[in-house]
Design a protein around this ligand. Sequence first.
Ligand SMILES: [Zn+2]
Length: 183
Amino acid sequence: MDEDVVAWLERWYQAHCNGDWEHRSGIRIETLDNPGWHVQIDLEGASMADKPFAQPDAGQGAAADDWMYCDVQNGVFDGYGGPRQLGAILHVFQEWCARFPSRDMPLSPEQQDLIDARESIERVRRVLGRENGPERCRADGCERLHVAHSVFCGDHHIANLQRVGALPVISVDGVRVLRRADD
Ligand SMILES: [Zn+2]
């Protein structure tokens, strides 16, 4: 995302304010006497609350002031860093959010597409229901039973819909729309 990180954080904050969240939760940015910065972002009620967080490398090491430490504990993002690391801390939070796009945060058009695509596939999967058979899926070599409303298992039914352009196609790693559905 190329958007300025402060503008992005403003939009993230605004997207979470719903008349309730902002009374219990918020974002705090303060200075430390180290000296440095401390950024604290409450995640309770946010989609990021249950997402895995990998700590970034602890600073670039070019100068003593470059140190940075970020972690997520008990539903709170905490970022600490040297005097010139405020932007870097916010960037860590932004990058983390970008890995788990959801409707409660600022989205790029590509992320919006991805969420739409996931939801349309999930919707079909719910309608298809469970693979109860009793016959096996009609696809060659598939060992699974068919779903109630198709002669195929869920995956093969969805693959067929994707082949004819009725459903979007998402990359295997799940982070990109390879082909949108035909309108
Ligand atoms: Zn199958």
